[in-house]
Write a protein that binds this ligand. Structure first.
Ligand SMILES: [Zn+2]
Length: 155
């Protein structure tokens, strides 16, 4: 009878632990291996590996990871530049196979390099990708590469 009023709590409600403590956006769950690979040594010292960790992809938010106890890890505590949070042209979009913004731009502008999406897809098919440990977001870069390539083509 009261079911209609409970839909929020049962379905799409974002639980508080999923929210970035800094920018209040919903983050994506990442595996602990990603933090072990990405955090600088002095910060890895403080990792609570038993908690669930999230990745914040908000551009203007300095927080890269946070856990369910609200502990945060910021960009300077991560070994690599984070694509979503870095404006420089040398930041990787594909971390595994070295496609920086600059290199993708070169492909789009003069077609000299091989097609980044095809090149990455070939390597994925050969099971060579290691996004969990190479990419700070801990998951496949292909969507970022595709949308970045598209954004350049539309300029
Ligand atoms: Zn954030």
């Amino acid at each position: 009878m009261a079911d209609c009023c409970n839909t929020k709590e049962q379905g799409s409600e974002v639980s508080d632990s999923e929210i970035c403590p800094s920018c209040k956006s919903k983050g994506r769950k990442v595996k602990i291996i990603t933090l072990k690979s990405m955090l600088i040594p002095t910060i890895l010292d403080t990792l609570n590996a038993s908690l669930t960790h999230y990745f914040c992809s908000t551009k203007d938010c300095k927080v890269v990871y946070y856990d369910t106890s609200k502990k945060t890890y910021i960009t300077s505590e991560v070994k690599v530049s984070v694509y979503q949070k870095d404006n420089s042209s040398t930041v990787p979009v594909c971390y595994c196979f070295g496609w920086t913004k600059e290199k993708i731009k070169q492909y789009v502008e003069d077609g000299l390099a091989s097609n980044p999406v095809e090149h990455i897809r070939d390597n994925i098919n050969e099971n060579r990708c290691g996004c969990e440990v190479n990419n700070p977001q801990g998951s496949c870069c292909l969507r970022n590469v595709t949308s970045y390539t598209k954004s350049l083509s539309l300029l």
